[in-house]
Design a protein around this ligand. Structure first.
Ligand SMILES: Cc1cc2nc3c(=O)[nH]c(=O)nc-3n(C[C@H](O)[C@H](O)[C@H](O)COP(=O)(O)OP(=O)(O)OC[C@H]3O[C@@H](n4cnc5c(N)ncnc54)[C@H](O)[C@@H]3O)c2cc1C
Length: 430
């Protein structure tokens, strides 16, 4: 029997262990809780949800809905348990968190092919193995990871700016340009006059922020949330991320009072990152306040900004296909630690890593279609990126559909294309 080690009994680890076990592998799953807790977990249950009890949208014209459908198609344990623990939540899939993690724990513990060891893992595993210790990876183990993967290859803090759907930007207001004409016209600039800036600044300093837990107190000076910078004074942003110097608005031929810069997030230019807008505002407030920026009045957010403790590896430098470590064949990193963001994204990466590992052990080549979100997320972690940050599922990761369609129709087509390709793949692979 094929023996595999999985470290971390969270969302990615449980899904990975389950997928391997149902294919006949004998899995040892290490979970340090309840003996050693993280700052955010509060029980000893496997797959505990640390924050919201919502797993996001269900409808197929949303990326969250598509991801769920893909996971269901691949017989995900986490999806099955989420469906069993569902509570009414409109168009979203929300769960009773206690019921959910109890059901996952029961299913894992009762599986004859899985042995759960409640102990802290403090050694780098031998292959075949999957490391899925999550954003709050135990500090001693994080040191072990750094020793093996290389100094600077593990980040401990996530300070990500929001990412916007390019098709929702008003290009009659935003203009392409580079400061002083140096380099290519790589930035999309949203100009503000003094009145627009004043309104934006006033709302920004008053906006509601996420309540921080003790472990999240204290920001790095070089990476302050945009609202904290704004609170230092009405003009601080004008010398920081909103500096207008060297930029001329082609509509007026003049330098605007302030400029918000957007940078392409992907080669196709379907997603834009708000430069310097790492933020701790709650998501609803990000939408409300950032839509006050001229050109972003109808902005759709692929990902909101976040600032919290988050361990993740430098995946583009360390991984090869499907979350396997380049320098440690047969050892995989899955979940948030591998640079995906979100409950079901973590689950999905655990599933994909497990499939790939099983394929490796049994001589099958696992190549998920790039049109699926599961395949696209795995590919995202490989793209060279000097500012690599965890990413959640969004349609901007998928190969674009060129046809002229409205947003709803386009999203529907993304989903149909993905599920069709996955259906073919599943028939061949299962
Ligand atoms: C504070 C916080 C709030 C978040 N809120 C949300 C949210 O609301 N919605 C959302 O979609 N995502 C959220 N996330 C992001 C992410 O989706 C979750 O953290 C998710 O649980 C990640 O799944 P995972 O499997 O990678 O890690 P986890 O689910 O955290 O699982 C990792 C497991 O490994 C165990 N472990 C760690 N080190 C060791 C070790 N050395 N030996 C043995 N076991 C170990 C841990 O105890 C844990 O059980 C949040 C993240 C954080 C940090």
């Amino acid at each position: 029997m094929l023996k595999v080690t999985v470290i971390g009994g969270g969302l990615a680890g449980c899904e990975a262990a389950w997928q391997l076990a149902r294919r006949g592998c004998q899995v040892t799953l290490y979970e340090m809780r309840p003996q050693t807790m993280t700052p955010a977990h509060s029980t000893g249950h496997l797959a505990e949800l640390v924050c919201s009890n919502s797993l996001g949208a269900s409808n197929l014209d949303s990326a969250g809905g598509l991801l769920k459908a893909e996971l269901r198609q691949l017989n995900s344990l986490i999806m099955e348990c989420a469906d069993a623990a569902r509570v009414p939540a409109g168009g979203a899939l929300a769960v009773d968190r206690e019921v959910f993690s109890r059901v996952v724990t029961k299913r894992i513990e009762e599986n004859p092919n899985i042995q759960v060891r409640r102990q802290l893992c403090s050694e780098f595993p031998l292959p075949p193995a999957i490391i899925a210790t999550g954003p709050l990876t135990d500090t001693a183990f994080a040191r072990v990871l750094t020793d093996n993967l290389g100094e600077g290859m593990l980040s401990f803090y996530d300070a990500a700016s929001p990412i916007i759907d390019a098709s929702s930007i008003d290009f009659s207001k935003a203009f392409w340009g580079s400061r002083y004409g140096k380099g290519g016209e790589d930035y999309l600039n949203c100009p503000m006059d003094s009145e627009e800036y004043k309104r934006f600044w006033t709302e920004l300093i008053e906006a509601k922020t996420v309540l921080k837990k003790d472990f999240e107190k204290g920001f790095f000076e070089s990476c302050l949330p945009v609202e904290v910078l704004a609170q230092r004074g009405a003009k601080t942003l004008l010398f920081g991320p909103l500096k207008p110097v060297g930029l001329l608005d082609p509509r007026s031929g003049k330098q605007p009072f302030a400029v918000v810069q957007l940078r392409r997030e992907d080669v196709n230019g379907t997603m834009f990152n708000m430069v310097g807008f790492q933020t701790n505002l709650v998501w609803g407030e990000q939408k409300r306040v950032f839509r006050l920026i001229p050109g972003l009045e109808k902005a759709e957010f692929y990902r909101f900004g976040v600032m919290h403790r988050n361990s993740f590896i430098n995946s583009p430098k360390l991984l090869v296909k499907n979350y396997q470590l380049k320098d440690f064949p047969g050892v995989y990193v899955a979940g948030q630690l591998a640079g995906v963001e979100g409950y079901l994204e973590s689950t999905g990466s655990g599933l994909v890593a497990a499939l790939d590992l099983w394929g490796k052990l049994t001589g099958r080549d696992v190549a998920l279609p790039a049109e699926t979100l599961l395949g696209a997320l795995a590919n995202y972690t490989l793209r060279p990126n000097p500012n690599f940050q965890p990413m959640n599922a969004n349609f901007g990761l998928l190969p674009p559909i060129e046809a002229k369609l409205n947003k709803k129709e386009r999203r529907k087509q993304y989903s149909e294309r993905s599920l069709k390709s996955l259906l073919v793949w599943v028939k061949y692979f299962e």
